[in-house]
Design a protein around this ligand. Structure first.
Ligand SMILES: Cc1cc2nc3c(=O)[nH]c(=O)nc-3n(C[C@H](O)[C@H](O)[C@H](O)COP(=O)(O)OP(=O)(O)OC[C@H]3O[C@@H](n4cnc5c(N)ncnc54)[C@H](O)[C@@H]3O)c2cc1C
Length: 430
């Protein structure tokens, strides 16, 4: 019997558990080690922060579902991976041995890298449901008092879509509460231009997002380095193309939300050969770690180099569709190894994203990630908002049913008759 352990039960880890178990069957064992026993749909957090979703709407108790699927759940969380011993040390001091390990631990949020950043200091976050619930209280207060709002991402961040999304969602919520006229808004980002997204733009994301910001009277600062946050004040240096400070800003705020930089989790950070200096798992094209070939990495936990040089550090986003492609490749490769074959599956890592703008949205498809591309498409409209809701419902249903079928955004888009994407997907599949 082969024992496969999956570390992390987020978007990648849960899908991985379903796919892995379906491939390996009852004669092999699949265990998931997670921090807690609940799955939470991270993409809905911006909606939680404005009260459009409650915690119960977007969380799933994994215990009974995993039990039904024959997957063991260990909610203690991992303290350290010991790859030389094929062993994971759990937070309660006990250990689990594995034959194959798949690291799917997502990001550790590096709030501590900037003074005053984060929900324990002066800014809000939507990266975790607990943060989003806390941000909701701050949004309620903003609606009562009015005052300036700043939304954005910090240097080194690699997740820009949710920052834009939250700016537009907040703007919509303020408009609906009829207090938008009392809240001047600014979007602050290290990207060299609006719509770069860590991908050097996709289609016309620059034009689409600039236009959406202009339409909604949200000012912006690009090439922005957040140096420090004080109570009610963000200290921001705007740099030029050479990285030299062009203008120093002191931005007062009543409300602020910044996406932090990510790093790998402590359980793998510093494990020589497994993780890079930032703690992200080093993988080859088969999602496999070169030094420890029985360890694979998927999702935000893996190391991906930036697409090009920018004045400030701007990371590549790891979006759901890309993560799903990593899951499928890793599951196939582990199953091949268990069957005595060599791994051959390679993930496409295509970036497909639906960004909600509150009442409409922007969608893009980038393949490959680094331009010039074979597919470089973006579009906007009310259908994206509808598609995002459809995707949320579809995805949560899959998690609740414990299905290994993982069409992610593709199916939601196809179901809505988005022909251009369907053609693109058919093209990619062919
Ligand atoms: C606010 C936000 C919105 C997003 N919206 C979208 C979107 O609309 N579309 C899209 O495609 N992508 C989106 N993304 C990007 C990406 O799809 C998500 O971040 C996704 O949740 C990443 O999946 P993951 O499995 O890599 O990590 P996660 O979903 O973060 O899961 C990691 C899991 O590992 C567990 N874990 C961590 N440390 C340990 C440990 N030591 N031991 C055991 N378990 C551990 C955590 O508890 C968690 O369950 C968004 C990201 C953010 C932050």
């Amino acid at each position: 019997m082969t024992h496969v352990v999956i570390l992390g039960a987020g978007l990648g880890g849960v899908l991985m558990a379903y796919e892995m178990k379906a491939k390996l069957g009852p004669s092999n064992k699949v265990t998931v080690v997670n921090l807690g026993s609940t799955y939470s749909f991270v993409p809905s957090n911006p909606w939680v922060a404005v009260g459009w979703r409650e915690r119960d709407d977007i969380t799933v108790d994994l215990g009974p579902i995993f039990e039904k699927r024959g997957v063991e759940l260990r909610p203690e969380g991992a303290r350290r991976v010991h790859p030389e011993e094929n062993r994971i040390e759990l937070n309660d001091g006990r250990s689990i041995a594995y034959d194959y390990l798949i690291v799917a631990t997502g990001p550790e949020l590096a709030f501590d890298e900037i003074e005053g950043l984060g929900p324990d200091a002066h800014t809000q976050s939507v990266c975790h449901i607990d943060h989003a619930e806390k941000a909701k209280l701050a949004v309620d207060q903003l609606i009562k008092t009015g005052g300036p709002a700043i939304v954005g991402a910090v240097q080194g961040a690699s997740c820009f879509g949710p920052a834009y999304e939250f700016a537009f969602i907040l703007e919509t919520a303020l408009r609906r509460a009829k207090v938008r006229d009392r809240v001047p808004m600014t979007f602050v980002t290290p990207e060299p231009y609006i719509g770069h997204l860590g991908l050097d733009g996709v289609g016309d994301t620059k034009g689409l997002l600039e236009s959406a910001l202009r339409e909604r009277h949200i000012k912006w600062i690009t090439n922005a380095r957040l140096t420090r946050v004080e109570a009610g004040k963000a200290i921001v240096d705007e740099v030029d193309d050479a990285g030299t400070i062009r203008r120093a800003h002191e931005l007062p705020f009543t409300f602020s939300m910044f996406l932090p930089a990510f790093r790998g989790v402590a359980a793998v950070r510093g494990v020589e050969g497994l993780a890079n200096p930032r703690g992200f798992v080093i993988v080859d094209k088969h999602q496999r770690n070169p030094k420890y070939p029985n360890i694979f990495g998927i999702g935000v936990a893996v190391a991906i180099p930036p697409v090009g040089k920018t004045p400030l550090a701007v990371g590549v986003p790891k979006t759901g569709f890309m993560i799903e492609s990593m899951v499928t490749a890793a599951a196939e490769n582990v199953a091949a190894l268990v069957a005595g074959r060599e791994p051959t599956a390679v993930a496409t890592w295509n970036a497909v994203c639906l960004a909600d703008l509150g009442d409409k949205g922007i969608a893009f498809v980038a393949q490959p990630q680094i331009p010039p591309r074979n597919v470089n498409w973006s579009s906007s409209g009310r259908w994206v908002h509808a598609a995002k809701i459809g995707f949320e419902k579809y995805f949560l249903r899959k998690i609740r049913q414990g299905k290994s079928e993982t069409f992610y955004e593709k199916l939601a888009l196809d179901a809505l008759g988005i022909r251009k994407l369907k053609e693109i997907h058919q093209e990619l599949a062919g």
